[in-house]
Design a protein around this ligand. Structure first.
Ligand code: NAD
Length: 285
């Protein structure tokens, strides 16, 4: 019961990693708002949690809409009095190589992922700011969902998705610098799991993620392996802020993020030739 009484929103809670997170949060005593674009999926997960004795609230939501994000934060506060944990998880894929990618594919993926994270985050931040201003000592947590794609794995065919996910990693760092003053920590995960999103990926990925035939074998790609990290980051006592963790099966790895290497320098003006020499070690002919 590490999340007893906590009020949590999980976007995209209707399936995959979001569903596993909702059910783990329910088991840990949280009150869970299951927000998903597919109402039936949200209701199904809420019913599963409620059957196990948890307080669940399903709601239909399109994360790419700012007014929907505001409504869901308000609906949560109206139902439970406050919000403690925001899990930004909803997502889609529209893969295509750059020269074939349509404007619609680009816009949709960036809107759902990047704007979808920003919109809920800003309304949650506003809620925590109001409580802090009223004198309350808020202890809130945000867990964003980035991806290896766009951060440490440049996946061909995912310019829209990778750029949005890298944007989410950057948004996480900025929010982690901004929100401690209203009592919120902000972290991100880059998960890998067998879900609706990955089940149809052709070739090696789909094959690699297949459920083992031996029921006693460790099923490394079951989405339930992702949720305990999300659960820990959500707990009020967790001190971690501004980190990105890769999580897959039995492995959790902290990403080292953007960092600067050793500088090459000049005492005078740079020339193209000097830059080439210092960077590449080869003089321009
Ligand atoms: P999933 O398809 O099982 O779950 C995504 C959920 O988001 C679905 O229930 C879907 O209905 C919902 N959704 C989609 N668009 C929405 C919108 N506009 N508004 C509200 N809900 C919406 O896939 P998943 O793998 O569980 O994905 C969860 C998150 O994890 C995504 O952000 C995804 O990019 C990320 N991720 C997954 C993997 C992986 O290996 N599965 C890898 C890296 C990142």
């Amino acid at each position: 019961m590490r999340l007893k009484g906590k009020v949590c929103i999980v976007t995209g809670g209707g399936s995959g990693i979001g569903r596993a997170t909702c059910l783990l949060f329910a088991k840990e005593g949280a009150r869970v708002v299951v927000a998903d674009k597919r109402q039936q999926a949200a209701e199904g997960v809420a019913a599963e949690g409620a059957a196990a004795g948890a307080t669940m609230l399903p709601t239909m939501m399109d994360v790419s809409r700012d007014d929907d994000a505001q409504r869901v934060v308000h609906q949560t506060v109206e139902a439970f009095g406050r919000l403690d944990v925001l899990v930004n998880n909803a997502g889609i894929l529209r893969d295509n190589f750059l020269h074939r990618m349509t404007e619609e594919e680009w816009d949709l993926v960036v809107r759902v992922h990047l704007k979808g994270h920003w919109a809920t985050l800003r309304h949650a931040a506003d809620h925590w700011r109001a409580r802090t201003k009223a004198g309350e000592s808020v202890r809130a947590s945000v867990i964003n969902t980035a991806s290896a794609s766009g951060t440490f794995l440049p996946n061909a065919g995912q310019a829209n998705y990778g750029a949005a996910k890298a944007g989410i990693a950057a948004l996480t760092l900025v929010a982690a610098a901004e929100l401690p003053r209203v009592g919120a920590r902000v972290n991100a995960i880059a998960p890998v799991a067998r879900t609706r999103l990955t089940v149809d990926v052709p070739g090696i990925v789909g094959e690699m993620m297949r459920k083992p035939e031996d029921p006693s074998a460790f099923d490394a790609f079951d989405p339930r392996h992702v949720s305990p990290l999300v659960g820990y980051l959500a707990t009020a006592d967790c001190p971690i802020n501004g980190k990105l963790f890769a999580v897959q099966g039995g492995a959790i790895t902290e990403a080292s993020g953007w960092s600067l290497g050793e500088a090459v320098q000049t005492d005078g003006d740079w020339t193209v030739e000097l830059v080439a020499e210092r960077l590449g070690g080869v003089a321009v002919a």
